[in-house]
Design a protein around this ligand. Structure first.
Ligand code: GAR
Length: 210
């Protein structure tokens, strides 16, 4: 089974969704390690509860992004990692990290990319009065939140919505789509060919929508 490392910075609810999927036999890969850049991330407790190896690589111990990324890569290699899943990992990654894991590195972002890259996505969706919002799983490439999209979870936005309600519904969608995408990648159904994502051998011209 491919070995999957999950990188977190916070609550780890997406990590939990992946652990639950693995426990139900719905993941082709095996979650082999959890790495956090913060030692107080609640997700580390979820990892412990699941009996998983946990590691902290604190970005504050490194003088710049390059050296932090090099330390992460070294740790991931030491752990024999095949696939890296970013799950609320709130650090910008450089090519030092991205290149060694090209095509084997996924992120989940709380918007329907290419809309609302970056932070405060729910607030911005409300400000722009969009009718649809949601989340996207994409391959990570050097441009922030701009790698090829794989699957999106779509929610409808109503006039009653607030940042909190959008966040809650978006996260519920995240927990559905992320295990699915990770299963596709770890089973070999999904691959990145140059910059083109393929699912079951077919080029994905637009993300699968759920
Ligand atoms: C998720 O909503 C994820 O989409 C977002 O952080 C949250 C982490 O929640 N990621 C980003 O904003 C990445 N720029 P979790 O720790 O409960 O999985």
């Amino acid at each position: 089974k491919p070995r999957i490392a999950v990188l977190i910075s916070g609550s780890g609810s997406n990590l939990q969704a992946l652990l639950d999927a693995a426990a139900q036999g719905a993941l082709a890969g095996e979650i082999s390690a959890v790495i956090s850049n913060r030692n107080d991330a609640y997700g580390l407790q979820r990892a412990a509860a699941a009996g998983l190896e946990q590691h902290v690589v604190d970005h504050r111990n490194y003088p710049d992004r390059e050296s932090f990324d090099a330390a992460l890569v070294a740790k991931l290699k030491e752990l024999d990692t095949d696939i890296v899943v970013l799950a609320g990992f709130m650090r910008i990654l450089t090519p030092t990290f991205i290149e060694p894991f090209w095509g084997r590195l996924l992120n989940i972002h709380p918007s329907l990319l290419p809309a609302f890259r970056g932070l405060h996505t729910h607030q911005r969706a409300l400000e722009e009065q969009v009718s649809e919002h949601g989340c996207t799983v994409h391959f990570v490439t050097p441009e922030l939140d701009a790698g090829p999209s794989i699957i999106q979870g779509v929610i409808r936005v109503t006039e009653q919505d607030t940042e909190q309600t959008l966040q809650r519904r978006t996260q519920r969608m995240e927990h559905l789509i992320y295990p699915r995408a990770v299963d596709w990648l770890s089973s070999g159904r999904l691959e990145l060919d140059g910059n083109l994502p393929r699912l079951d051998g077919e080029q994905l011209r637009s993300p699968v929508r759920l």
